[in-house]
Ligand binder design. Structure first.
Ligand code: NAG
Ligand code: NAG
Ligand code: NAG
Ligand code: NAG
Ligand code: NAG
Length: 370
C-alpha cells in the first residue's frame, strides 16, 4: 500500500491523462464531421474509379435550364480560346524543363482545396504550371482556382461535358439503351449503340463515361492545343481533384527523372503514387523500382511528349477499350498495341496520395456484389 501523499498525485495525473484522451478524441470527431480531415482510407484499393459520381446530389436532381447551359458553353468556349495564364508576370514564362501539372477537376471543391493546399507547400512549386481541367463549370470552383497565387495557373474546360450535354451524347440520350436490357431486346428496340454492350452485357451509363473522355481530351489539349504547352518537352504530371501531394514530390520527381538513365534505361513513365504502399509504408523511402507498367500504376503518373506520342499512336486501342477511367485503357495500350510494353519507374514511398479511397472501396464492394 502506497502512502497517501504519493497516491493522491498519481490519481490526479491519471485523471488528467483520461481527460486529455477524451479531449483528443472529441476534437478528432469534430474535425472529421467538419470535413477538414478525410475519412480513413482503405489500404487495399487498386484503382481510383469513383471520380465523384457517387454523390448523386446535383447531377441527377439539378437539371440546368437550356439558357443557362448555353451561357456556360459560351464561357467555356471563350476561356478555352483566351488561354489566360494567371500569375504569368510573376512566375513566367514556363521553362522547357519545368513540370506541367494537369489536374482533372469534377466538382468536389473540398477535396480540391486539400490538394491545392498540399501543392502550395511543395518545394519548387513556383516553377510549375498548374493546368486545371474542368468538366463542371462552377463559380465557386473557378473563384477558388483563380485565387491561387503561388505559381502559374491556367484553366481549361472540357467542352463535351455532361453538364452541357445532359440529354445528348456524351450525356444520356433518350434513345440510349437502358443499362440492363439484353442485346436482343436492344436490337428490337433499335436504341443507340444496340450492337455495343460492354464486357458484361450492359449498356453505357452516361454518368460513368465522362472520366475517360475527359482524360483523353485534356491530354490531347495540353500536348497539342494549348499555346503554353504544345511545344513543351518536359514532364507532364497527371493528378486528380481527390489526390494530394507530399512537400518533396517535385524534388523526388526530378530525382527520378535524372536517374532513369542509370536505373531504368527504357523507362517511359514515372509514377509517384501507389495504393499498395499508401497506408502501409512506414518510411518515406525514396527507393525507386523499375518495372513493366501494370494496374497498380494508376496514380501520379508523369511522362513527356515522347511517351505521349506512343499513346496517341494507339488512340484506337485506348478509345475502344471497355473502361470508364483511363488507367486500364493505358494498360491495354501498353500490352496490346506497343511494340515494347511501357516501363515505369515508381517510388516505394508514395508522394501522391488519394483522399477519397473509402468511396472507391464502396464501389469496389458493390461491383463485386454485381
Ligand atoms: C447514373 O445514371 C443512371 C442511369 O441514367 C442512374 O440510374 C444512376 O442513378 C446514375 N448514377 C449516379 C451516381 O448519378
Ligand atoms: C527548349 O529546349 C530546346 C532543346 O530541347 C532548346 O533548343 C530551346 O532553346 C529551349 N527553349 C527554352 C525557352 O529554354
Ligand atoms: C441493373 O441491375 C442492377 C443489378 O443487377 C441494379 O443494381 C441496377 O439498379 C439496374 N440498373 C438499372 C438502370 O435498372
Ligand atoms: C522524354 O522521355 C524519354 C523517356 O521516355 C527520354 O528518353 C527523353 O529524353 C525525354 N525527352 C526529353 C526532351 O526530356
Ligand atoms: C452515395 C449517395 O450519396 N447516395 C445518396 C443518393 O441519394 C439518395 C436519396 O436522395 C440517398 O439516400 C443516398 O444516400
Amino acid at each position: 500500500m502506497m502512502p497517501k501523499h504519493i497516491r493522491f498525485p498519481i490519481r490526479t495525473i491519471f485523471l488528467l491523462i483520461i481527460f486529455f484522451i477524451i479531449l483528443t478524441y472529441c476534437s478528432f470527431l469534430f474535425l472529421k464531421s467538419s470535413n477538414v480531415m478525410p475519412s480513413k482510407p482503405q489500404p487495399f484499393i487498386l484503382r481510383n474509379l469513383d471520380y465523384g459520381y457517387l454523390d448523386n446530389s446535383s447531377e441527377t436532381s439539378e437539371r440546368l435550364h437550356p439558357k443557362k447551359i448555353l451561357k456556360i458553353m459560351q464561357r467555356i468556349h471563350t476561356a478555352n480560346k483566351q488561354q489566360l495564364i494567371l500569375n504569368a508576370n510573376k512566375y513566367g514564362p514556363l521553362e522547357n524543363d519545368s513540370v506541367v501539372i494537369v489536374i482533372q477537376v469534377h466538382k468536389r471543391i473540398n477535396y480540391l482545396k486539400y490538394l491545392v493546399n498540399s501543392l502550395s507547400h511543395a518545394k519548387d512549386i513556383s516553377k510549375v504550371l498548374l493546368v486545371f481541367s474542368h468538366d463542371v463549370y462552377d463559380k465557386e470552383i473557378n473563384d477558388y482556382v483563380q485565387a491561387i497565387d503561388f505559381c502559374m495557373v491556367i484553366q481549361i474546360f472540357y467542352p463535351h461535358s455532361l453538364q452541357t450535354h445532359p440529354h445528348t451524347f456524351p450525356g444520356k440520350d433518350p434513345n440510349d439503351c437502358p443499362r440492363n436490357i439484353t442485346k436482343d431486346e436492344a436490337l428490337i428496340k433499335k436504341c443507340n449503340n444496340a450492337l455495343y454492350s460492354d464486357h458484361y452485357g450492359h449498356y453505357r451509363e452516361a454518368n460513368f463515361t465522362q472520366a475517360k473522355h475527359h482524360w483523353w481530351w485534356k491530354a490531347n489539349h495540353v500536348f497539342h492545343d494549348l499555346t503554353a504547352t504544345r511545344y513543351h518537352t518536359g514532364l507532364v504530371l497527371f493528378l486528380e481533384e481527390d489526390h494530394f501531394v507530399s512537400e518533396d514530390f517535385l524534388y523526388v520527381l526530378m530525382l527520378m527523372q535524372t536517374s532513369t538513365k542509370n536505373v531504368c534505361a527504357h523507362c517511359n513513365i514515372l509514377c509517384l503514387g501507389n495504393y499498395l504502399n499508401e497506408f502501409t509504408a512506414k518510411s518515406y523511402r525514396a527507393k525507386a523500382d523499375c518495372s513493366t507498367f501494370d494496374a497498380s500504376h494508376n496514380m501520379g503518373l508523369a511522362f513527356n511528349r515522347t511517351t505521349w506520342s506512343l499513346i496517341k499512336n494507339c488512340a484506337q486501342a485506348f478509345c475502344s477499350h471497355d473502361d470508364y477511367n483511363y488507367d486500364w485503357s493505358l494498360l491495354h495500350v501498353s500490352e496490346k498495341c506497343l511494340k515494347r510494353k511501357f516501363t515505369v519507374l515508381s517510388i516505394e514511398g508514395p508522394r501522391v496520395f488519394h483522399i477519397g479511397s473509402w468511396q472507391v472501396y464502396k464501389i469496389w464492394l458493390s461491383e463485386r456484389a454485381d
